[in-house]
Design a protein around this ligand. Sequence first.
Ligand code: EUG
Length: 605
Amino acid sequence: MAEHNGLAPVPSLDELHSGAPNRLAREAWEARSRLFSHRSLPISSPRHHGIRLPPDTSLEKFEEAITALQGKLGNENVKVNDKALVDGWYLEHPNTHDAFHLVDQEELVCSAVVFPGSTEEVQQVVRWANQYEIPIYPISIGRNLGYGGAAPRVPGSVVLDLGRRMHQVLSLDAQNASCVVEPGVTYFKLYEEVQRRGLPLWIDTPDLGGGSVLGNAIDRGVGYTPYGDHWANHCGMEVVLPNGELLRTGMGAMPGPDGADNPTWQSFQHAFGPSVDGIFSQSNFGIVTKMGFHLMPAAESQSYVFTFPEDDDFENIVDIIRPLAQQRILGNIPQLRHAIQELNITGRPKSDFHTGPGPLTREDVTAASKNLPLGPCAWVFYGTQYGPPESIKAQLDVVKAAFSRIPGSCFFLPEDLPPSHYLHDRAKVCMGIPLLRELDWLNWVPNCAHLFFSPIAPTRGRDARIIHDIITAAHKRHGFDLFPTLCVAGREIHYIANVLYDRSDADAKRRAVKLMREMIAECAAHGFGEYRTHLLFADQVARTYSWGDQALMRFNESLKDALDPNGILAPGRNGIWPKRFRGRGWELGAGDIDMDKIGPRTAYP
Ligand code: EUG
């Protein structure tokens, strides 16, 4: 396929752990061609600076440390980050920095990348880090894009790329309906493995399928089958602690017979004693090297769409969803999107819909929607029901009756829409089939990157309106199009605003930072907090959870100092700083808009 425009084929899963499955080879290739057609930045530029050294580490000491690490893991498994930085794209992404940089590309960079091949080697790296007091930053795949990608929070840290050599599906148990994976197992890989073995099981995937199953779960990501709460459906972990010791959680803490793994490790999450699993999620207290998950028995399903005509239908939609979700009549976590996303998901650029500066107007959206399959509307609800056909029919009757209370609502099944419509892809994602379709977002502006703002709102119309108005006004103030995707559960909404910006536009990046800082602060003033955030906003977000004069942060710091006295593991990740970094100018707060210098500057060699 490479002859089409001189580009090499996209890496496949057969040749690279993070590659695309063969069933998506053509789509991946086309997605890349489309994305690169809007690129004006060079593939890479020469570095302005040399290696970014770890804090408080001389070049001499760094070189000594790297030589020592190469002696343990082999030269080929320790790479110094001294080459030009390449942002690449989703399926050929960097492990050296944030592909979607919000500050200077060279700011959030590592000094080196190391590829451990086993839990034992992870322990060796941790002991090495303690010896040289060099911060390490574990990634599984490095595709936490929109939240910081593969970048370490402390520039010059050594990235521990776990996925490169640790990417086995260690167990797939058809009877228990569960699996155990290593960090480098992507949704693509797990899905293909289930298919290869012909098991009647579903995995659960987020909107894009290239992420790490383990990594996404410990960052508390979500998917869209009934098993969509990835953290809730994990069962058992193996963790390397910051002192190099190894821990198993859940039933795995009890040895199985004759040295085997415990036979109930993937059967019961809570086991006995304090539930410690939670402290390894969205933290920097340990490195998860194995993780178990429950899988859903394959089922039948029916995806569908409702459209609603008015922007002001919003409160009613939310209030109608609440009881349906609480009663579990809605089969999964549905998505409520604004009509502007029907434009965006076509993969066409913003310039097709709007000329001149500033965001799209309501008139732009209405005018463009007239030519789209769903027609002009304001809100689009993507839902799925599960079960035998007669059960799905009964559920759908209830859902239709509820939404028909909104005048002008329309209902569509996949067969009502052309094959290119997003509902066909949505239906697959809601059956746990990992895809790439959502990459189409990134054709909106040239060199497009994205950043997620992800607050939690109550599932109550009037409260959802307050947060939506805050976010709408902030986007307007800073000149960004607003793309709201609401994942609506019975009691709360994950309100995801996807901020799209041009990576080559320093002003747009600065405005995006300002937008984020203001939304975080304004939402917190109303009691709305983020469920997850980009690295550079973690300090600010963590400190909005301030009840009891930062009681939670002081507790987290106590844990951090007890578990990681040398402060080597991902300092600053999720806003938690070890003692030796605290109060030394590393924290980034509401006032930090210009972040071209992160932390006390270390000298460049
Ligand atoms: C999405 C959903 C998320 C998230 C980031 C992106 C969906 C994008 C519910 O969580 O954290 C279409």
